[in-house]
Design a protein around this ligand. Sequence first.
Ligand SMILES: NC(=O)c1ccc[n+]([C@@H]2O[C@H](COP(=O)([O-])OP(=O)(O)OC[C@H]3O[C@@H](n4cnc5c(N)ncnc54)[C@H](OP(=O)(O)O)[C@@H]3O)[C@@H](O)[C@H]2O)c1
Length: 329
Amino acid sequence: MLDSEMKENVRWGILGPGRIAESFARDVVQVEGCVLQAVASRDVERARAFAERHGAEIAYGDYAEMLADEAVDVVYVATPHAFHAEQIRMCLEAGKPVLCEKPVTISPDDLRPLIALAEEKKLFFMEGLWSRFSPAWRQARRWIDEGRIGTSRHLTASFGFRGPKDPENRLLNPSLGGGALWDVGIYTLAFATTMLGTQVEETAVQARFGGTGVDEDASMMLRFAGGAVAQLFCSVNTQTRHEATIEGDEGRIVFPPDFWRPESVELITPKATDERCFLDTPPGFQLEIAHVRDALRDRLLQSPVIPLAESLLWQEIIYPWVRRFPDFN
Ligand SMILES: NC(=O)c1ccc[n+]([C@@H]2O[C@H](COP(=O)([O-])OP(=O)(O)OC[C@H]3O[C@@H](n4cnc5c(N)ncnc54)[C@H](OP(=O)(O)O)[C@@H]3O)[C@@H](O)[C@H]2O)c1
């Protein structure tokens, strides 16, 4: 349970001080009511250097040691996907609420028991997919709910980038959960379920496999209840424009690049003057971090913005396709 001190400040611990943890640590100290308490790495020197750069109180050279620290209120897991399930379990077993980077796991069979464990322990648990907090995503969803584009028929989203060529890199290495679907496809999928809902009736995936056997480019097609169709593309090999659109029978909503971190969104209808909203969006993780702070203070066990049922749906959509891929084991 949360101690009284947390009412003052939510004290974060970071597990896995790598690339994305750098951005998270820079943002966590910008959020009122949050402090960076601790960081844990397998390498104590890496933890110390990270703690020094970001002003963390304490650096650990062992994850379990940080999880035993009573001064840590919540843990941010920021390791490659393949380690998430085991590390989330460690956090929950140690009594710590968890925010884990996307994709939360790489199989629905890994996620289900973790959801049950969090429930049993009465601990907050959430997948971190920060685009979901984007004010532009929320504005688009409001327009859809208000009927401004009529009935949604067609959604597109594309997220591809030229990733590293090193076959050991987590993006290409199958044993680290490599591939485009898990890394960036999940943003396009989250965009689709944000805008069209979670009643997905059918999915299909086509992919191109690179030399390491992972999906370097993949295209998903989804059909939603009501008949709307989503066409999604992701790549860790090819730069795309990162655009996204939702087309309805009375108008459309257009996201500029980069749809996964937009500062504006446009509504185009034949009836009204086009509306373009520029939204005051803090860069990075700040809205997600503030959301977790509030959820902990309100003693929520799940996020209403990214419910675990939706995380499970994303797992259930991607996993069956990934496991068909040539080098899956
Ligand atoms: N939200 C976003 O915008 C965003 C952006 C990029 C990535 N991500 C997500 O964040 C997670 C981490 O990505 P990243 O690029 O930051 O990872 P990374 O820098 O490659 O690694 C992060 C940490 O994970 C541990 N690690 C790395 N490789 C390992 C290995 N082979 N075996 C065991 N531990 C290993 C290391 O922890 P130690 O220091 O303990 O050794 C490392 O410091 C991924 O799940 C990714 O999807 C999110």
